[in-house]
Design a protein around this ligand. Structure first.
Ligand SMILES: [Zn+2]
Ligand SMILES: [Zn+2]
Length: 275
């Protein structure tokens, strides 16, 4: 089956904006539900799309709080479902083993509801007929960019990443790229080791030949209008700014459609739009 749907549950960098949430994406394919990252606010938004106990797998790109803070509350929820007999199998979770103190803190007491796997660059995760591969990202702690391949469909999530020469090869030929576009080009720190700019993600998507590149991990300190302004000259039809509740579907003929997930109301969309 060639069909993948990704719903954006959160797209803020560092801390959630009013009504917003940090990194989190729900990927659905072949009857499987996969949560990619679990930052602040994701636990609430996830339940607008599915029950936590329906998750088959969780993939955590790295252990910065804006990507894993809600794992603790997700554990509370899954433990509650387990006690009620509603959790039919432990949820596989893959996450980097470093920094070790963070890994220990986050995996502590997970044994009742999770099957914990330490993530490495050569790890391959199989989800139905989808295969997920990983590449070290350019970020101060161990971080993985992820590629989801199913038949001739391919989607890349960069995770948090500074400009990384290896990323273009990893993204080449992808249908959809979700990229870390935290910075605007006029506010990049010296010796940047953290994130890309909106323009850099837009150019990455163009060079990689992606049919849709989504700028995500947006800094609540920046104005959304400035992200749009920065990429306007690249042409709009293959670039989009991430928005909570946005679903992206990639179909058999590689056709891509975007819509608002039915679990999210217009009210929330308005809050995001007003930011
Ligand atoms: Zn981040
Ligand atoms: Zn980070």
């Amino acid at each position: 089956m060639n069909f993948v749907k990704i719903t954006i549950l959160g797209c803020d960098a560092s801390y959630p904006s009013a009504g917003g949430a940090c990194s989190g994406y729900l990927l659905e394919t072949d009857g499987k539900k996969v949560l990619i990252d679990c930052g602040s606010g994701i636990m609430s938004n996830l339940q607008k799309c599915c029950k936590p106990e329906e998750l088959d797998c969780i993939l955590i790109s790295h252990l910065h709080e804006d990507h894993k803070a809600d794992l603790h509350t997700l554990r509370y929820a899954l433990d509650a479902k387990e006690r009620k007999g509603l959790l039919h199998k432990k949820v596989d979770i893959y996450l980097p083993g470093n920094p070790e103190s963070d890994y220990k803190a986050v995996t502590n007491k997970m044994e009742d509801s999770f099957e914990v796997h330490e993530l490495h660059e050569d790890t391959i995760v199989k989800l139905g007929d989808m295969e997920v591969s990983f590449m070290n990202a350019a970020h101060p702690i161990t971080t993985f960019s992820m590629k989801f391949k199913q038949g001739n469909l391919s989607i890349v999530y960069t995770g948090d990443s500074a400009p990384n020469p290896a990323l273009l090869g990893f993204c080449q030929g992808s249908d959809v790229i979700i990229g870390d576009a935290t910075y605007l080009k006029n506010n990049v720190p010296d010796n940047n080791k953290y994130h890309m700019t909106a323009e850099q993600v837009g150019i990455l998507g163009k060079k990689a030949g992606a049919n849709l590149t989504i700028l995500s991990h947006l800094d609540p300190e920046n104005d959304l209008k400035d992200y749009k302004k920065e990429i306007a000259y690249l042409g709009g039809d293959k670039l989009a700014i991430a928005e909570i509740g946005m679903s992206i579907e990639v179909g058999k003929e590689k056709q891509i459609t975007t819509s608002q997930h039915s679990g999210f109301t217009k009210y929330e969309k308005t809050i995001v739009g007003c930011r």
